[in-house]
Design a binder for this molecule. Structure first.
Ligand code: ADP
Ligand code: 5GP
Length: 187
């Protein structure tokens, strides 16, 4: 059986990667979302085990010590990580996995799995990034400021990705990501 493939989507917070990733998943039944673990509080619309595995910091650290993560990062004061067991199982059974993880995590995945496809979603401008983050209404002002502080490093690191897509018009950006993914999967 063919091994599953890995597609990683990263972007500064608010650029639209979750929106794009969810649309992609809906149109590719052969693809599964890689559910990460995190210590950040659950948002109202999120479900445990579907969007993230929500863990306490103690539980997360215990799993780090037990070697359960392929990669993990501290981002905005919380931990986020990719669990090894789920990834290996999906690859072995031929399931393609879609990751919504940060730029550093994406490069770690590429180091472990050089065949992985890395797509960076770029906001049209920093001002529009801030507008979208505010418009989402999921974070308070201090958290939004913290997320914005990380954007320059993310924009810089995104230059190392296999592809960069500007999320100006959502439909256009989704179509471009879709083309890139189709070409990768049929290769
Ligand atoms: P991320 O996962 O990168 O943090 P989201 O997918 O949550 O970003 O998108 C942030 C906000 O911007 C959401 O409210 C989303 O509906 C909106 N959004 C996403 N793409 C666009 C776009 N192209 N134009 C306008 N708003 C967008
Ligand atoms: P959010 O809190 O908005 O869901 O995510 C914050 C950041 O953490 C985003 O850049 C998101 O892609 C990233 N992230 C989510 N899961 C993981 C993961 O498993 N590993 C890494 N390195 N980053 C992650």
């Amino acid at each position: 059986m063919a091994r599953g493939k890995l597609i990683v989507i990263s972007a500064p917070s608010g650029a639209g990667k979750t929106t794009i990733a969810q649309t992609l998943l809906a149109s590719h039944p052969s693809m599964k979302f890689s559910v990460s673990a995190t210590t950040r509080p659950r948002r109202e619309y999120e479900a445990d085990g579907r969007d993230y595995y929500f863990l306490s910091k103690d539980e997360f650290r215990r799993r780090v010590d037990a070697g359960k993560f392929v990669e993990w990062e501290e981002i905005y004061g919380n931990y986020y990580g990719t669990l090894k067991a789920e990834l290996d199982r999906c690859l072995a059974e031929g399931t393609h996995l879609l990751f919504d993880i940060d730029v550093k995590g994406a490069l770690s995945i590429k180091r472990h799995y050089p065949e992985a496809l890395l797509i960076f979603i770029r906001p049209p401008s920093i001002e529009m990034l801030l507008d979208r983050l505010k418009g989402r209404k999921t974070e308070d002002a201090a958290t939004i400021a913290r997320r914005m502080e990380r954007a320059p490093m993310e924009m810089e690191t995104g230059m190392k990705f296999d592809h960069q897509v500007v999320n100006d018009d959502l439909g256009r950006a989704i179509a471009e990501v879709d083309r890139i993914v189709q070409a990768y999967l049929t290769n």
